[in-house]
Design a protein around this ligand. Structure first.
Ligand SMILES: Cc1ncc(COP(=O)(O)O)c(C=O)c1O
Length: 392
């Protein structure tokens, strides 16, 4: 069936073929870890990927496949592969493309566990890693070496909402046959499609907006046939981070309302960022939709909306600690992307594993608050923010 170009329609219908699964409107959960063959020849053909089909759920399952097809359509890629968590997706994608003796370029200010993974690969697996300030794409170019295999991007970045010019970095990499991967968790396919801008792989922690209800853990890599095949036949098989069919089904259900939720996340976050900007207790607000954001013009060029994540600096560790303790509607928790508003104090929580010096280098000040703006009434979210600011 030819798909509509509207992301609203795609979210509802992507990944589901009416001719499959006996016409069921909701993809069934295939609770089977193995699949029988008609005969030895079919068994050999499916096993050797000469005939489409399933044989063992670590290597594919029809419910998982429906999710993969859905994200493929939303990201406008050739293919996708789903995992049990965002980190399973990230480690499988990275380790399939860069090994011992290879060089990886990533960003200084990024999701802390991806940062730790890259350092772990450097310390234990002979991968050379360079971290750059990603706000200027020339820094990626300057870091390229003979053995550079992979460029890692994250835009908007966690937690500082830094923006990288994805098209520019993808073009620099393509000229040198270097693979690119972008963590698209913060933007979601509703707001941004990195692969349409030339990036090879777009990666999601589906735990966040794709699932959308803070009730599951999952990850997806969407990308070119070459990159997904490489993952499928190496790290997916060896590391075994496959998603369960029940969770794949939950992510598919979440995606059906992704567009509706994102529209609301975008507008609530935009309003909250503007309110925070004018509040006397807030030193600085980081939101790509604000004209004051360093790379607002690039964000406006490559994103359709600016997302539901806002971060802001309250000037010091104690101010941030007191602020999160005064929140009532907004939950103090370290995830993001759910329907409910969530705040966290980065220096004390998600980025506590970095030293103070590393945090300072990444622009993560001691008073930085990361806010995942939910889909509640915008006025209620702002009321809670104002009351916590005024009482802290
Ligand atoms: C930007 C980003 N990427 C990846 C991850 C990792 O995803 P997961 O927790 O699903 O493994 C996170 C988790 O917070 C994240 O914020």
């Amino acid at each position: 069936m030819k798909r509509s170009d509207s992301v609203f329609t795609r979210c509802v219908h992507s990944g589901i073929e009416k001719s499959e699964h006996h016409g069921s409107v909701s993809v069934p959960v295939y609770n089977s870890s193995l699949f029988v063959f008609e005969d030895a020849d079919e068994g050999a053909a499916i096993h050797n990927y000469e005939k489409p089909g399933y044989f063992y759920s670590r290597l594919g399952n029809p419910t998982q496949r429906a999710l993969e097809k859905s994200v493929t359509e939303l990201e406008y890629t050739d293919d996708a592969i789903a995992f049990a968590s965002g980190m399973a997706a990230i480690s499988s994608a990275v380790m399939a493309h860069v090994g011992s003796g290879g060089h990886l370029i990533a960003l200084t200010s990024m999701y802390s566990t991806s940062n730790s993974l890259f350092n772990y690969l450097a310390d234990n697996f002979g991968v050379e890693v360079t971290f750059v300030n990603a706000e200027d794409s020339a820094n990626y170019e300057a870091a390229i070496k003979e053995n550079t295999k992979l460029i890692w991007l994250e835009s908007p970045s966690n937690p500082r909402l830094n923006i990288t010019d994805l098209k520019a970095v993808a073009s620099i990499a393509r000229q040198r046959n270097i693979i690119t991967a972008a963590d698209n968790t913060f933007a979601t396919p509703f707001n941004q499609n990195p692969c349409v801008l030339g990036v090879d792989m777009s990666i999601h922690s589906a735990t966040k907006y794709l699932g959308g209800h803070s009730d599951l853990s999952a990850g997806v890599v969407a990308g070119t046939n070459e990159s997904i095949d490489r993952i499928r036949h190496s790290t997916n098989k060896y590391l075994g981070g496959n998603i369960s069919p029940q969770v794949a089904w939950l992510v598919i259900r979440g995606i059906k309302t992704l567009a509706l939720r994102m529209e609301r996340h975008n507008s609530n976050a935009y309003a909250a960022a503007n309110m925070l900007k004018s509040h006397p207790k807030v030193k600085e607000v980081f939101y790509p939709g604000l004209e004051t954001h360093t790379n607002h013009n690039i964000a406006a060029e490559q994103m359709r909306g600016f997302g539901g994540m806002v971060s802001f600096d309250l000037g010091g560790f104690d101010q941030a600690r007191n602020f999160v303790n005064r929140l009532e509607l907004i939950s103090l928790a370290t995830s993001l992307g759910g329907v409910e508003s969530i705040a966290q104090h980065s220096a004390a929580m998600t980025h506590a594993t970095l030293s103070e010096k590393e945090r300072a280098k990444a622009g993560i000040s001691e008073g930085l608050i990361r806010l995942s703006v939910g889909i509640e009434a915008g006025e209620d979210i702002q009321k809670d923010l104002i009351s916590a600011l005024e009482n802290s």
